[in-house]
Design a binder for this molecule. Structure first.
Ligand code: BTN
Length: 332
């Protein structure tokens, strides 16, 4: 596959890799230039670009360059070093800036990108959220990623794939940060009642077969504050853990957990996922919620999940329903 328009030049990735692997020494500019096959001027320009993204690179063109600290950038070479040969992420497409990784992944999927292709960006200019909302995508603070899956399943399995992504993200965030993470149906992650992660699933399908599923995952990792009007409803892992969190570590854990739950889904079916989701979310049973759908808003209590991933609710007037779309908000 050709490099998608605007994605990070693979030679920048090589430059990062070279500096990280030689972090103890000053690497001469001409050596870098010849190893990655560009001019010394180009090396200098890329070093400046990486510095502007917060990477600490010492040195000057006349002597050479040295990585001062291992950068927390989601560059393929750095992810690969941690992830090894893994089914999700064999092909990683990185952007310093793009409109939306989901938009890029949907296009790549239509062009035939393989199962497990990952699109990741340091910044999104038009991040997409659920229900037509925007996703705040501050530069180098969050994880903005889309994973292309080609599951041998019918379109009816799509909601369970969405729940699966929430479970994987919950486990990854908890493992890396130690924070207690709740899941609000269908797959928002909450820490201390505020949102730290959202997932947007987009897909292409025939009547009986899914062609491709794009799991778009946004995690607020190192934001030091959330802008108004998000501050009351959203937070970041750093704000809750009171320390900086490695985006590389969270992302690698996420890809590993996603693969684990994906294999569970293929082997044991949707029920195995919905049972685990019920155990992992305080929203599954007995939660008082405001249900927001295209039809309007109403108060209800949750009564579990059905095996297809729909949230069972009982409205205050006694009506029972299985929710397949829309959202719920806790009522205290
Ligand atoms: C939500 O509204 O909760 C879902 C948010 C999903 C955001 C992620 S960020 C990476 C991917 N690309 C997008 O444009 N959206 C998703």
């Amino acid at each position: 596959m050709r490099t998608p328009t605007g994605s990070t030049d693979r030679r920048i990735d090589k430059l990062i890799d070279l500096l990280v692997k030689n972090a103890m020494v000053v690497v001469p500019g001409p050596k870098i230039a010849s190893e990655i096959g560009v001019t010394r001027q180009q090396v200098w320009a890329w070093i400046e670009k990486l510095r502007s993204l917060g990477m600490e690179i010492g040195g000057v063109p006349a002597e050479g360059y040295q990585m001062v600290t291992i950068p927390d950038i989601l560059a393929p070479s750095l992810l690969r070093a941690e992830l090894g040969d893994h089914p999700l992420g064999r092909n990683i497409i990185h952007y310093f800036r793009t409109d939306s990784t989901n938009a890029a992944a949907v296009k790549l999927a239509a062009e035939g990108a393989e199962h497990g292709t990952v699109v990741v960006a340091e910044e999104q200019t038009a991040g997409r959220g659920r229900l037509g909302r925007a996703w705040f995508s501050e530069k180098s603070s969050g994880i903005y990623a889309s994973i292309i899956l080609r599951p041998p399943l019918s379109p009816a399995a799509a909601p369970v794939l969405t729940l699966m992504a929430g479970l994987a993200a919950q486990k990854a965030v908890n493992t890396v940060t130690g924070l207690a993470v709740d899941i609000r149906w269908p797959n928002d992650l909450l820490v201390n009642g505020k949102k730290v992660c959202g997932i947007l699933t987009e897909m292409s399908a025939e009547v009986d077969r899914l062609h491709a599923v794009v799991l778009g995952i946004g995690i607020n990792v190192n934001h030091s504050l959330m802008p108004t009007p998000l501050e009351d409803i959203a937070t970041s892992l750093r704000m809750e853990a009171h320390r900086g969190i490695s985006r590389v570590q969270v992302f690698v854990a996420l890809l590993r957990e996603l693969e684990r739950y994906y294999q569970l889904l293929l082997k044991s079916g949707g029920k195995a996922i919905s049972e685990r989701w019920e155990a992992a979310s305080s929203f599954a049973h007995g939660k008082r919620v405001r249900v927001v759908t295209a039809a309007g808003e109403d108060l209800a209590t949750t009564t579990g999940l059905d095996p297809n991933g729909a949230l069972k609710i009982q409205f205050d007037d006694g009506r029972q329903e299985s929710l397949v779309a829309g959202e719920v908000v806790e009522v205290k």
